[in-house]
Design a protein. Structure first.
Length: 85
């Protein structure tokens, strides 16, 4: 099977956080479904390993989406100790 021509997206100049996998639990159902579908397509149609497919899907569905990224960052800020005080 041919290798995918996809390249990892740099996140608009912002590095992907190291804990990005923890963010998946914060996604609304529609974004989570879009993420899962994109990861499956990249893995099976693109011939990528699952971990790479998941990272690329996160970059495509969440990290490049300003509204989604803002939502997740706001949720993380509220979850930090002392937030909202």
């Amino acid at each position: 099977m041919a290798r995918s021509a996809l390249t990892l997206h740099p996140g608009g100049g912002r590095p992907l956080p190291t804990d990005w996998r923890l963010w998946l639990n914060l996604l609304p159902d529609d974004l989570r479904d879009a993420y899962e579908e994109r990861a499956a397509l990249i893995e099976y149609d693109g011939g990528e390993k699952r971990r790479t497919a998941e990272r690329r899907a996160f970059e495509c569905v969440v990290w490049r989406n300003e509204a989604a990224r803002g939502f997740i960052e706001a949720c993380c800020a509220q979850a930090r100790p002392g937030a909202g005080a």
